[in-house]
Design a protein. Structure first.
Length: 124
């Protein structure tokens, strides 16, 4: 086997291993779930339903839904490198891609009702 053929075979093997490792890791972006409602409640949870008070730094799909059925709320997340929000009025579902930095604090709130509807979490 020539040196070129061996190098080509080695490159193909490395590419196969890299692709297999990516597939084994799931290849999907983790989610955070934001919700407004019912009434004057705003929450941020993990897919398992746990309150998101400490979140691992990284990239997430933030999936926001309105649970009030009225158009008086929005969902706004802000912090280092992140400032995303739904419009006012907001009814329905919207997804944002956010990158959370390690060792930071992020806030989520409803802009019209910030004093009553707010929360925060820290990253590690």
């Amino acid at each position: 086997m020539s040196a070129t053929a061996r190098l080509t075979a080695l490159a193909a093997a490395v590419i196969t291993l890299v692709v297999a490792a990516a597939v084994a890791q799931g290849g999907t972006t983790p989610r955070l779930i934001g919700k407004t409602g019912p009434a004057f409640v705003i929450t941020l949870k993990t897919p398992s339903g746990q309150k998101a008070s400490r979140v691992k730094a990284g990239t997430y799909n933030l999936v926001v839904t309105d649970g009030t059925g009225v158009d008086k709320h929005n969902f706004h997340m802000r912090g280092p490198g992140v400032d995303v929000k739904t419009g006012i009025p907001f009814v329905g579902r919207k997804t944002f891609r956010v990158r959370l930095q390690r060792g930071k604090t992020y806030r989520f709130l409803c802009d019209p009702h910030e004093l009553a509807m707010n929360g925060s979490f820290k990253t590690f």
